[in-house]
Ligand binder design. Structure first.
Ligand SMILES: [Zn+2]
Length: 464
């Protein structure tokens, strides 16, 4: 026991060593240690002090990026021949023309279009496509969570290569809290990937989400956390927050069907009291709430509960669009996944994809805030590029500039990061991408990203 105590004391001192060194307390520490026979710690402290000084004296890396055409995520028109100066992880200045400052490394993107790094606000890094139920069951039954986390790290890298510097990952599909680990490993620079906000496990009432249909004698994993009753859902929200959820996601509905009124209806999963308790508890803990809601009944129930974002939303009615616009609730349409899975799933899915297309144009007219989300993971990360979603938005009625904003500044607003991300402006994170052509003429250019900078570090440059 004593040994363990001594070890933990030493470990604590070593963890604090750079801080002590900074405060010039080496002498005090030295006295205590030498008398305790822990001279090795003194050496460590001195080393840490030197290392800290060295780090402090190295100036942050400075880049000057010459952009042939700049789409900053905010202005209505692009700026020609812009100069973006980046220092450390931040954008320092953006000017039309101008000379690079002394000491800055020049990155010549004068033949390219530079845009803010993209954001996808609906992904599943721990999933590899689930067109059929069997695809889904197989991943949960045959792949360990460590294996899935390794694939998630690979997926995060793919996303960054495609220009996505930010993602909101909306549940692990049975991989517990592994999204928090992926997010942390990226944030610590251990693996490349977008900066993330994560939802951990998501919620449904017992028995309303796969895996289902197995013998009751088998204990099979569930794709979400089951929670029941007002107290039960509050506890689940608290648990998820404890383990690192930035968002709480719940499944508002299932069993989507068209009825004689032409509206896509659905079965609502939680009672109104439960759904309200989820939202209230999440908001009390400073977390926002995303609701999977496809049918009009599920969307109406989620809106009544006070959620912050509606995911999928195929069955929106014009009354619900008005309510969303009035309350400032975001719609995340995830068209890419719908178009991709519809043929394989059959049934109502192709008709739902058509409905969503009609509703997209209507929602624009009603002033609904639309943020770009793909449901990547619902399709294989290796097969489709998330930037396909921009193309659908342009096809479905947005101008190319509106589509770009949905996946940059509007997405940043949804994430609560308007002051840090989503536009190319002084003071923001230096997250930039570049494409060779003009995405305002051909939106599919966004599927051919040639340059990626995240946090002021160049991750990819095929333009030199
Ligand atoms: Zn999803």
């Amino acid at each position: 026991m004593r040994e363990r105590l001594a070890f933990s004391f030493l470990a604590r001192v070593i963890r604090c060593a750079p801080e002590f060194a900074k405060q010039g307390q080496i002498m005090n520490i030295r006295k205590g240690f030498v008398s305790g026979g822990l001279a090795v710690a003194v050496v460590y402290v001195m080393y840490a002090s030197l290392a800290a000084q060295e780090k402090a004296s190295a100036p942050p890396k400075k880049f000057a990026i010459r952009a042939g055409r700049l789409i900053d995520g905010k202005a209505d028109n692009p700026v020609a021949n812009a100069l973006i100066v980046v220092e450390g992880d931040r954008i320092v200045s953006v000017t039309a023309g101008g000379a690079p400052p002394a000491g800055a490394e020049l990155i010549d993107l004068s033949k390219a279009t530079v845009l803010p790094g993209f954001a996808d606000v609906h992904t599943h890094v721990l999933l590899q496509g689930d067109v059929t139920a069997a695809d889904y069951d197989e991943q949960l039954l045959k792949q360990s969570i460590p294996y899935r986390a390794i694939l998630a790290a690979r997926n995060a890298r793919i996303a960054l290569e495609h220009g996505f510097t930010t993602m909101r990952d909306l549940e692990t599909e049975g991989a517990m809290y592994a999204d928090v680990d992926v997010k942390t490993a990226i944030a610590n620079g251990e693996v490349p990937g977008p900066r993330m906000q994560v939802a951990t496990r998501a919620l449904t009432p017992t028995g309303l989400y796969p895996l289902l249909g197995y013998s009751w004698e088998l204990k099979v994993p569930t794709g979400v956390q089951y929670a029941d009753g007002v107290d039960g859902v509050r506890k689940a929200v608290r648990e998820q927050a404890m383990y690192g959820a930035d968002w709480i996601k719940y499944y508002s509905d299932r069993r989507y069907r068209f009825e004689a009124d032409g509206v896509l209806h659905s079965m609502v999963n939680f009672t109104d009291e439960e759904a309200k308790a989820i939202v209230e508890e999440a908001h009390r803990l400073g977390k926002k709430v995303a609701a999977h809601a496809i049918g009009s009944d599920g969307i109406a129930a989620a809106m009544g509960a006070g959620v912050d974002t509606i995911e999928h939303g195929d069955g929106l009615t014009e009354a619900l669009m008005d309510e969303m616009a009035r309350k400032g609730v975001y719609w995340v349409p995830t068209i890419t996944v719908g178009a991709y899975v519809a043929p394989g799933r059959g049934g109502n899915w192709p008709k739902m994809a058509d409905l969503e297309r009609d509703n997209f144009g209507k929602a624009l007219k009603h002033g609904v805030k639309i943020a770009l989300g793909t449901d990547a993971g619902g399709f294989d990360w290796k097969v489709l590029n998330q930037a396909k979603e921009f193309e659908y938005y342009a096809q479905y009625g947005m101008t190319p500039m509106q589509a770009i904003r949905s996946g940059t500044s509007v997405a940043a607003e949804l994430l609560g990061w308007s002051d840090k991300a989503g536009t190319i402006e002084a003071g923001k994170w230096a997250d930039l991408v570049a494409v060779s052509g003009d995405p305002l003429r051909d939106i599919t250019e966004l599927q051919r990203v040639k340059f990626v900078m995240k946090n002021g570090a160049v991750f990819k440059n095929e333009l030199h």
